[in-house]
Design a protein around this ligand. Structure first.
Ligand code: AMP
Ligand code: ZN
Length: 486
């Protein structure tokens, strides 16, 4: 089998992938914190790992893919509050109602984008006992301390024998220089220390008994506990978004070292960010677009809706380690490319075999594998797929020819990469319906414009209001009337 190169964030180099157990891959990816709807940025990171998972499966590996659900203890920095409890108070729901609501949303969204399910999807609340056990071990090993019902990881002590910052390439001296002194409110000995267990104040709703009193686990711990429980003390791949490298993944390494005296992960992989208007998409700043808004077109940053497979293709056109900026123009261009690819596949199925082959399909297939085996280079793969699209058009026009076995190989390979590896779906059929709907709405928009020109306000309002009642909202702007479907 050809070598598979993976960019390891630990060494900052591409390395040949050597699994711990031949033929098997253990992969852990940090999942969502289920306190709000996932935005398209979150989807991008999970989609990158879905593509990576798909490629491993395609290569014949047996993959155990673990992606957790953070349903407890995601602390907002040093505040005593965690995100799920805050949201529960705001929405006047039980924390587990928040968790259920947004876990369901997450699953529904991923399904629309044609994600494969992970092998195990463990939750933080389902692993409180394991987290308490891990804290006991870290305390026993002298790398944590208890203060006033909370337990903190002792970063300075750990750094005496290990390197805290090994992944994010920081050193503790810089970190100390760059952090504010403790304000006297905190129980921590040093600002770098992080919580393993937090005492729950009376108003804190998510709470469990522990040897240190009633409290809840710190966010970083769940991933250490769940990854090593299901994949072993050392496992192949750990993934997540670039923004999790520090402190989250750094803390994971420290905790696992403190428990098991060895580095937990062979290959650290980080996906880059999706931006919009040049800024990171994020829940907290509001600079984001929700998947549902992409599908319906109901967002000021887009002029119409796009099929999930088109959004998927848009993301796959960038390498997972590159920043990708979302814009209406960019996704509109992706839609054209996506549809050309799907149309070519339909044409390919109808092509007739000839007596000779004028194109080297085997060499082309090799190039596709070489792209994917070079750190999952989907943009280069897609460039090769478009070379095939060009061929298909030439074959259709009779300017090139392929024998039956080459025609079959071209169809098989193209299908494998388009559907199995990139996870795209042929939306032509539903596209047909949506094209007709689009044409109908445009006729009504024209009729409304005519009515307005004739000052027939009753008719123009009727058209607008009746469309709205059906969930089709008209928006009058500089570029004419746009619409979104809800
Ligand atoms: P969270 O629910 O905030 O813990 O985030 C879930 C995942 O989404 C993490 O792996 C983040 O790194 C990732 N993520 C957050 N924002 C973005 C973004 N703008 N682009 C890509 N990934 C993101
Ligand atoms: Zn994590």
């Amino acid at each position: 089998m050809r070598d598979l190169l993976i960019y390891n964030s630990l060494s900052n180099k591409k390395e040949i992938f050597e699994p711990i157990k031949e033929g098997y891959v253990g992969m852990y990816v940090c999942g969502p914190t289920v306190y709000s709807n996932v935005h398209l940025g979150n989807v991008r990171t999970f989609m990158s790992f879905d593509m990576i998972y798909r490629y491993f499966l395609h290569l014949g590996y047996k993959v155990r893919y673990v992606r957790n659900i953070t349903d407890a203890g995601h602390l907002t920095d040093d505040s005593e509050e965690d995100k799920i409890s805050t949201k529960a108070r705001l929405e006047k729901l039980e924390p587990m109602e928040i968790v259920q609501k947004y876990t369901t949303d997450f699953h529904q969204i991923l399904q629309k984008f044609n994600f494969l399910s992970p092998s195990i999807e463990p939750t933080a609340t389902g692993h409180i006992i394991e987290q308490i056990e891990a804290i006991k071990t870290i305390l026993k090993n002298g790398l944590a301390y208890e203060v006033n019902g909370s337990v903190y990881f002792d970063v300075l002590k750990y750094n005496e024998t290990e390197h805290y910052g090994i992944l994010s390439k920081r050193n503790i001296e810089d970190a100390i220089e760059n952090t504010r002194a403790l304000d006297g409110q905190s129980d921590k000995r040093n600002p770098q220390d992080f919580a393993l267990w937090k005492k729950a104040e009376p108003e804190h709703i998510q709470r469990w008994n522990s040897p240190w009193g009633v409290g809840f686990p710190g966010w970083h711990l769940e991933c250490t506990v769940m990854s090593t429980k299901y994949l072993g003390e050392v496992f192949d791949i750990h993934g997540g978004g670039m923004d999790l490298k520090f402190p989250h993944h750094e803390c994971e390494i420290a905790q696992a070292q403190a428990c098991n005296h060895q580095a937990p992960v062979r290959y650290w992989m980080h996906g880059n960010m999706l931006t919009m208007n040049g800024k990171k998409m994020s829940k907290s700043t509001g600079n984001n677009i929700l998947p549902e808004e992409i599908f319906t077109g109901d967002n000021d940053n887009i002029t119409k809706g796009y099929a999930p497979s088109v959004a998927r293709f848009f993301m796959m056109q960038a390498h997972y380690r590159s920043v990708l900026d979302f814009s209406n123009d960019a996704i509109m261009a992706s839609e054209k490319g996506h549809n050309r690819l799907m149309e070519a596949l339909v044409v390919l199925e109808s092509l007739k075999a000839e007596a000779t082959s004028t194109l080297d399909v085997s060499a082309w297939k090799e190039k596709c594998y070489a792209a994917m085996s070079d750190d999952f280079n989907t943009p280069v793969l897609i460039a090769h797929l478009f070379e095939a699209v060009k061929w298909i058009n030439l074959l259709k026009e009779g300017r090139e020819s392929l024998m039956a076995q080459d025609l079959k190989l071209l169809l098989e390979t193209l299908s494998v990469f388009v559907f199995d590896v990139l996870g795209l779906e042929n939306t032509q059929e539903s596209d047909d319906g949506s094209k007709k709907l689009d044409a109908l709405v445009r006729i009504l928009i024209d009729m409304r414009n005519e009515a307005r020109e004739n000052r027939d306000w009753a008719l123009s309002d009727k058209i607008r209001d009746q469309l709205l009642a059906m969930g089709i909202q008209l928006k009058d702007g500089k570029e004419g009337t746009m619409y979104s479907i809800h």
